[in-house]
Design a protein around this ligand. Sequence first.
Ligand code: GN1
Ligand code: MG
Length: 364
Amino acid sequence: METKNPLTAPVLAAFGLASDTPYKPLLSGHINDTYLVQAPGRKLTLQRINHFVFPSPENIMENILGVTSFLREKIAAQGGDPDRETLTVVPTVEGASFARDEAGNYWRCTVYVDGAASHESVQDLSMLEEAGRAFGRFQQLLCDYPADTLHEIIPDFHNTPARYRQLEEAAEKNAAGRLGEVGPELDFARARKQDCALLMDLLARGELPLRVTHNDTKLSNVLLDDTTGKAVCVIDLDTVMPGLCAFDFGDSIRAGASTAAEDEADLSKVHFDLDLFRAYSKGFLSAAGQALTEKELETLPDGARLMTLEVGMRFLADYLNGDVYFRTAYPTHNLDRARNQFALVREMEEKRGDMDRILRECLA
Ligand code: GN1
Ligand code: MG
C-alpha cells in the first residue's frame, strides 16, 4: 500500500523495536495510518495519529490512558481478560505514551488483539447485536468514570446546533461555488433547525447526564472473536470524550441500520431497517440498559435521528466548502452522502413509533 507516512526505523526504535522488525500496513480507517508489527513474542499495532484532524494527540493519549486503565481494572474485577477486552497502550522506551518522528508526526503503540477481527459490513444480524453489546458494555463499564475530567478532543463534535451553524456558514461563504446545486438539501436541513437543539437543551437543563462516549461507534470499531463471533473489544478510542449516550447509540444506528452504504447514490436502495435497529438495540440494552436513566432510554431514537441529520449536514457543509474534511473519490461524493443521510432521517422520522416500541420490547 502506498502511504505518505511510512513507518521508519527511528519510530520503531522509540518503542524498543529493531529496524528489521517485520511489519505491514493495515487497511483500516480513513484518518490514521496503521501498521501491524511482529515484535518478538507479540504483535503490536503502530499508528500515526493524523494531527490535522486531531490537533492535540497529547490530549488523546491522556484520555485513552485514563479510560483504558479504568477499564482494565473493571474487566479484571469482573473476571474478564483485560489484555483482550480493552486496548493496552505500549509506552515508548522513555515511558511516553507516544513518539514523534523526524517529520513531526505522532505515533502510538497498542497491543494487537489476536484471534479477533474488525468487520466493515454487517453479514448477519448477530454481528450487529454483538456490536451493540460491545458499545453497551463500554457505556456500562464507564458509567462511574468522571466524564468531565476527559479532554474534549474535537470541540463541539456532536453539538448539533453548532453543526447546523457551520452548515449555514458554509452556505453563506459558498467557497466552492456549489450553492446553486444544493437547494433541496439545504431546505431539508433548514426545516429541521429547531430539532437540532433537542438533546443539547436536555443536557443543559440537567435532564440528560454527560457520559464517557466513544463517538465513532460503527461496527468496524468492535473486534469480534474469529471463532465464536462474540464481541471482544472496542477499538479506535481517539474520539473518546464527554458526550451523550444517545449520540453514541445514534451513530451506530445511522451507520449500522441502513440497508446501503453511507455513500450509496441510488436512494431507492437506502432504507432505515427495523430488523437491523432491533438487533443493535437488543445487544446494546442487554449490556447498558441498567446503567441508563429513563430519560436516556427515551431519547435513544432522537439520538439516531439527530446523529444522522448531523452527519448529513456535515457532508453537505463539506460539499459547499469544497471537500476539505472528508476524503472524497469524485466531485459529488459529499453531496451523495448528504442525500443518503437525509433519506435515512426521513424514514427515521416516519418510523419513530416503531423505534419506541422495539426499545420497549428489548427492555421488557
Ligand atoms: C469520520 O473516518 P471515520 O469513518 O472514522 C468522522 C465521523 C463521521 C464519519 C462518517 C473524526 O469517521 O464523525 O461520522 O467519518 N470522524 C471524524 O463516515 O470526523
Ligand atoms: Mg474513527
